[in-house]
Design a protein around this ligand. Structure first.
Ligand code: HEC
Ligand code: HEC
Ligand code: HEC
Ligand code: HEC
Length: 403
């Protein structure tokens, strides 16, 4: 490209940075290579590279610490499935491909790559759902880039867009038109391309969002029950269980912040300034690392008070999560004991397992979401309260079954 072209593009990018002017008539046509985009959008690019930095917070952060070492009871609850072998804290976007290649968990198909690379939408456009069903290694061989600009931006206009086929499908089922979403909606929905619960369709391995009946745990559970879905059967209790994956978007739905119109980007991608130029930070990490930029645009409190408030919610949620974990283990113990009895009421035993399934899915919603309850404190404590109650009901039912 000529120097003049580059200068023009630079001016354009400064314009959108400062004024939010759209680039509807330009034509970048960038591909997945981050560095190419970085030439034209150096501030966004440099901040995106910060996703490689690693620092922990009390409950989050980016060190790939093992959740199984931190909370020993998880091994019991996930017994018989891959997450009992390895379950690590998430880290920055730049590591997504490395971490999926590195995991000790068995990878069923190329569909595991769906949230790790900006190449997926093109591969699925070219090959259809057949892409997902390929062996994992065959999928990896086709991938050149990890998560990048193309996941969220239209490379011709730089506008936000939804690229992920499974989110497009889920939105269309809700009667929404992905091309007509407002910028405000997109500031949350671009994250819902990956930070959601999903399952693989049994034959094709296509990832699907279980949203047909709604986005609450109860609605998702109802959906799974209706299709007779299970991820695995617990080896001790014999319960058909569901393993939940990072429902960050779903848990956020009914929160005070969502109701007030706050978006994921408001806290995780605050507007920052560098040498007088303001731009959107692309360092998508724990807001506890930059509370001033993330929160004080809306909140009067000082940073220490805000941090205390986050930790207040997180410590209580994690304490209750542990209690829910223990209650679920008690349910497993009681059902196992009952099922070993020579005379057992099979109907009551089935009811005990159904209660355990409901209890564990609520526990797991919180174990798998990433904010330790902060995204929605009220819903988090409600679900953990339900989980504890259902688990003890399962214990009682199992004891009754064995009488
Ligand atoms: C009101 C501010 C706010 C909003 C809005 C928000 N988050 Fe968060 N998020 C936080 C805080 C605070 C944490 C806890 C960080 C910690 O424990 O270090 C967090 C944690 C996370 C984490 C884990 C980070 C880590 O360090 O491991 C992810 C992933 C995440 N949020 C994704 C999202 C998504 C996706 C959305 C939108 C659906 C969203 N967040 C909306 C404030 C917010
Ligand atoms: C996970 C989604 C996501 C990814 C990946 C992403 N962006 Fe963004 N980007 C956003 C959001 C959200 C905004 C804010 C847009 C708005 O509110 O209008 C934004 C804004 C921008 C803007 C407009 C100017 C500004 O600073 O607000 C530019 C330019 C930009 N991004 C460049 C990039 C580049 C370059 C990359 C890759 C290195 C990238 N983005 C990757 C979500 C993303
Ligand atoms: C294409 C899929 C994808 C999209 C889109 C996406 N994420 Fe992520 N995100 C991931 C994956 C995968 C990880 C974990 C990477 C790892 O651990 O190797 C992650 C990790 C994170 C983390 C943890 C980082 C840390 O330092 O611990 C945060 C925070 C986060 N994402 C926020 C967001 C927000 C906010 C958005 C929307 C603006 C978003 N993500 C969009 C896939 C995605
Ligand atoms: C875009 C504006 C906005 C941003 C950014 C924002 N908040 Fe809020 N926050 C609100 C609004 C609005 C409410 C609801 C207040 C009300 O209705 O009285 C709220 C409520 C809260 C509450 C009380 C409700 C609850 O769920 O416990 C806490 C705590 C809180 N915010 C913390 C934070 C923290 C920490 C951050 C930064 C990581 C943050 N907020 C970022 C607008 C924002």
């Amino acid at each position: 490209m000529s120097i003049r072209g580059k200068v023009l593009i630079f001016i354009f990018s400064v314009l959108i940075v400062v004024g939010g002017v759209g680039l509807a008539n330009s034509n970048f046509g960038f591909e997945g290579d981050l560095a190419e985009w970085g030439e034209y959008f150096p501030l966004q690019y440099q901040s995106f590279l910060k996703n490689g930095e690693m620092a922990s917070t009390e409950f989050g952060g980016s060190e790939p610490v093992s959740k199984l070492d931190q909370a020993v009871y998880l091994k019991e609850l996930y017994a018989g499935m891959p997450f009992s072998v390895e379950y690590k804290e998430d880290r920055g976007h730049v590591y997504a491909m490395d971490d999926v290649l590195d995991t000790a968990r068995k990878k069923p198909a190329a569909s595991c790559l769906s949230c790790k690379s900006s190449d997926i939408p093109q591969l699925v456009a070219a090959e259809g759902v057949d892409f997902y069903g390929k062996p994992f290694e065959a999928g990896v061989a086709q991938i050149e880039n990890t998560i990048g600009c193309l996941n969220c931006h239209d490379s011709d206009t730089m506008e936000l867009r939804i690229a992920q086929p499974m989110l497009i499908a889920a939105l269309e089922k809700q009667g929404r038109v992905p091309e007509q979403l407002s910028n405000q909606e997109l500031r949350t929905l671009v994250c819902a391309q990956c930070h959601v619960e999903y399952y693989f369709q049994a034959d094709t391995k296509e990832p699907i969002y279980p949203w047909d009946k709604g986005l609450t745990v109860a609605a998702v559970e109802e959906y799974y029950d209706a299709i007779g879905f299970k991820d695995w059967t617990h080896p001790r209790s014999g319960t058909d269980l569901i393993k939940i994956q990072h429902p960050d978007y779903e848990l956020f739905q009914s929160s005070v912040h969502a109701a007030a119109g706050v978006t994921c980007a408001d806290c995780h991608m605050p507007v920052v300034s560098d040498g007088g130029v303001t731009y959107t930070s692309h360092w998508m990490t724990s807001p506890l690392k930059h509370l001033e930029a993330s929160c004080t645009g809306c909140h009067q409190q000082d940073v220490d008070q805000l941090k205390e408030r986050v930790l207040y919610t997180q410590r209580r949620t994690m304490e209750l999560l542990e209690r829910a974990g223990e209650a679920n283990i008690a349910a497993i113990d009681a059902i196992e004991a009952a099922s070993k009895k020579r005379r057992v009421n099979q109907k009551l035993l089935a009811e005990a397992r159904a209660l355990h399934r409901s209890a564990q899915v609520r526990f797991d919603w919180l174990a798998a979401e990433n904010s330790a309850g902060f995204h929605n404190p009220q819903e988090s404590l409600y679900l953990l309260g339900q989980s504890i109650d259902l688990a003890w009901q399962a214990v009682e039912k199992a004891q009754l079954a064995a009488k």
